[in-house]
Design a protein around this ligand. Structure first.
Ligand SMILES: [Zn+2]
Length: 307
């Protein structure tokens, strides 16, 4: 992805222990000079209906919701608010230079999402208020509890912030076999997608309904929420392509990442009701591609019909 030298978001909250720039400032989200984005309605996501065969959730995730700590995206096996202090995250520190590069890259991607969603919301007579994106190493406090390296990137609706532990990208590359800057960008765009869902009412509705749902129903609903965030990440990728930011292999990097973090792949096919919350690799790739090829948020209604 072409990102060097491009403008960064002012909504990055850099909490790295060795970081230099504390906090971001309000604002951002404007943009201009890019082609119009398919101007259809943003799906607002109603009940997914129950009784679907696909089921499950990481137990801790459900516990967090019950506690009122509701991070969305416990991508791996941890979760904010659940961790005990660990020393493992200190074992392989990236160099300052590497981290700074990564932080700069994230800033550029977040700025792109602000341009995209600012325009889409305008087209829908809504106002996009961008989230803060917190970069950290080690541990940090979030509105959804303590986050650390085991949390994975997540969105916390309570404080409307995205949390990214910079070591995650090494994990994405090594453990999940998904290298490449566009794989990283996809993960960021997916989390920003959850913020969009918070603004459009999808996440609040999910919250309202889940208390009266069975675990199976909640998990099935969660999959629809996650696949929509993947589709939104695809819409962002389409936007980046229109801006001529893509390089050879970028699209494949993102699709490879979606494949790698599908529930069935993550669990090596051992899909149980406890671990099926984000969708299969096939589903994740398909919805990501749908957003990518159409660039149309109207194509991201994962709440209607089969997924
Ligand atoms: Zn997610």
């Amino acid at each position: 992805m072409k990102w060097q030298g491009r403008e960064r978001s002012s909504n990055i909250e850099d909490r790295r222990s060795r970081g230099s720039t504390p906090g971001g400032s309000l604002g951002g989200g404007s943009g201009g000079g890019f082609p119009p984005i398919g101007g259809r309605r943003i799906p607002t996501g109603r009940a997914a209906g129950g009784g679907m065969g696909i089921v499950a959730v990481i137990v801790i995730f459900g516990v967090l919701w019950m506690l009122g700590l509701n991070p969305i995206d416990v991508l791996t096996n941890g979760g904010a608010g659940t961790s005990s202090p660990s020393t493992s995250q200190w074992a392989l520190p990236a160099s300052n230079a590497d981290e700074d590069q990564l932080a700069a890259f994230i800033g550029v991607v977040v700025k792109d999402t602000e341009d995209l969603w600012g325009e889409v919301f305008r087209q829908n007579d809504m106002t996009y208020v961008p989230p803060k994106v917190v970069l950290f190493t080690g541990q940090t406090q979030s509105g959804c509890g303590v986050a650390d390296a085991s949390s994975g990137p997540f969105y916390c609706p309570n404080d409307q912030k995205v949390y990214i532990d910079l070591s995650f990208y090494e994990q994405l590359r090594r453990q999940f076999g998904a290298p490449g800057d566009f794989a990283q960008a996809y993960v960021i765009a997916h989390e920003i997608g959850h913020h969009v869902q918070n603004l459009t009412g999808v996440l609040p509705e999910f919250n309202r309904q889940r208390s009266s749902m069975s675990q199976d129903q909640q998990n099935a609903y969660s999959v629809r929420v996650e696949l929509q965030a993947d589709c939104y990440a695809g819409v962002w990728a389409n936007f980046a392509k229109q801006q001529n930011y893509l390089e050879q292999g970028d699209v494949e990097e993102a699709i490879n990442a979606a494949n790698a973090i599908g529930d069935d792949t993550l669990t090596r096919g051992q899909v149980t009701e406890r671990n099926y919350t984000h969708g299969s690799s096939e589903q994740r790739m398909r919805w990501l591609k749908r957003g990518m090829t159409t660039g149309d948020v109207g194509q991201c209604d994962t709440f209607a019909g089969a997924i």
